[in-house]
Structure formats: C-alpha cells, structure tokens
Design a protein around this ligand. Structure first.
Ligand code: ZN
Length: 282
C-alpha cells in the first residue's frame, strides 16, 4: 500500500481523548505510515511525546501563537530544557508549532501582538541553537514570519522545516522555499472555491510540497458542516489523519499525477524538511 506521512496532526487534542488509538489505527489501515505531532503548549509537551512514542510517530515541541496568551514567561525555558533533555530522542524532529497569527483580532493588538512576536523569535533562536527544523503556523503572517527567519538566520544559518497550512501568494511561497522550507497542504485543497490555493498547489514544484491534515481542525469538504447545519444540531465533522489519502487524491488529481508517485515524492520532501524523520521512520 502507498505510504503516506501526515506531517501535521494534533493527536493530543481533547477531541481525540476518547479514541486516539482507534483514530491512529484507522489512519494506518488507510496507508498513513507516519504522523508528526506538533505540541501547542508547554503543558502538553509530555503528552505529545508519549503519544508519538506509543504509535511509533514523531513529535515537535513548541508554543503555538494561539496559546501565547496563557503561556508563562518560564515556558520558553521549559522548552529549552525539554529540547536539551530529548536531544537524543529520534522521535523529536522539530521545534513547533510556532509562528504568528494575524487573523485572530486579539492577537493583532497590543499587548498580545508583541507577545506572540516575542515568542516566535525566541523559539526560532532555540531551534537554531538546538539545530532543529521549525514547523510554522502561518495565518496572514507570511511576511513577518519570513522577516523573523531572515533575522534569526543571519550569518549563514540554513533553515529547514515546514510552513504549515500555507495559503499565501506564489511570491511568499517562493521566499519560504528559498530559505529552505517546504509548504504544507491539507484539507483546504478539497474546497472548489479555494482557487488560489489550488492553483498554488498545482504550480509549485513538487519538491516543495508536503501533506498534512492538521487534525482535528481543517476538515476537508466531505466532513464540513455549514453554519445552518450546525444551527440545526449537527456537529462539525472531526478531521483525522486517516483523511490524508483522500486529501492527497485531490492534489494528485489537480496535478494530473498518480497517487503512489505523489506519496513517494511527498515522503522524500518530508524527510528533507525534517531530516530526523529518517531515523524515526526507519
Ligand atoms: Zn497545527
């Protein structure tokens, strides 16, 4: 069977608390051979690490911009300590999920705007210091993320990693690629109205693309519940890593290629973005 890698799913999320082992097994049966689990807050570092070990998957440690509000100043030191403590753990593949979110109004205004920018830059420094790739949250923030990568990377540092759920311009995509990153695409591709995103995912060099679900978020259209359906009592469909092959079929269709070839190439790309995956998936 074709072996897919879900480069971004949050199996530690409360949505999976009741049935995470079944969710992971279902993904395996559908051909998802490996998942990368990015942490979102210091309180979840251990849980994320434990899940990755339990399933033979990989994990990243970081503080997500949407969790900066609750984060303590000492959480950056906790991250530094955890990265040092687990440096020889082959399942630890990156610093993430880190980044900037200029979609949520509260995060665009003082003091949280400065605070998320501070957490982003400090975590980039930790990634560089520990020699790890980064997994980036990009929401209306591509230019500022690029600025941070350039500033912290000064002096010839070569970044690697993933700009996840990428939905920017071709020019921004090329800037991330030039800095050494891959771009993560997922369920958003399954919406016909997402024309810009679909065009981007079709025109970018195949070498630049990795696949992800961002489960439990970003449901593909076949799981999506509209506002009216929700008002009528239906619940929002939960995304899960087992949806990755079907999402990949959408991309294969857009690019006019066979799914097994897409699986092989995106796997190679994931290994280039997160070199320690090679040990973890061996
Ligand atoms: Zn995420």
């Amino acid at each position: 069977m074709t072996g897919w890698i879900d480069t971004h799913c949050h199996l530690d999320a409360p949505e999976f608390a009741a049935d995470v082992a079944e969710v992971r097994e279902r993904a395996r049966q559908r051909g998802v051979v490996h998942c990368v689990l990015p942490a979102v807050q210091a309180a979840h570092f251990e849980a994320t690490r434990t899940l990755a070990h339990q399933f033979g998957d990989s994990y990243a440690l970081g503080i997500h911009p949407l969790y900066v509000k609750e984060a303590q100043d000492g959480d950056l030191a906790r991250l530094d300590t955890a990265l040092a403590e687990h440096r020889d753990d082959p399942h630890l593949v990156a610093v993430g999920e880190i980044g900037l979110d200029y979609f949520v109004p509260e995060l665009c205004a003082s003091p949280l705007r400065e605070r998320q920018e501070y957490f982003y830059v400090e975590q980039l420094k930790l990634a560089r210091q520990h020699g790890l790739p980064v997994i980036l949250h990009v929401r209306r923030s591509a230019d500022m993320l690029l600025k941070g990568l350039r500033a912290v990377g000064q002096g010839g540092h070569r970044w690697s990693g993933i700009a996840h759920a990428f939905n920017g311009s071709l020019q921004q995509a090329e800037a991330f690629i030039a800095l050494g990153l891959k771009l993560g695409f997922g369920g958003a591709l399954s919406y016909e109205r997402a024309q810009n995103l679909r065009r981007l995912a079709t025109e970018l060099p195949l070498e630049a693309i990795v696949l992800e679900t961002d489960a439990p978020d970003m449901p593909p259209h076949w799981l999506y519940t509209t506002a009216e359906q929700r008002a009528a009592g239906e619940v929002q469909g939960r995304n899960e890593p087992g949806e990755l092959p079907r999402i990949a079929e959408v991309l294969a269709g857009l690019r006019g290629m066979q799914a097994p070839l897409l699986a092989r190439q995106t796997r190679r790309n994931a290994l280039a973005a997160l070199p320690r995956l090679l040990q973890a998936t061996a």
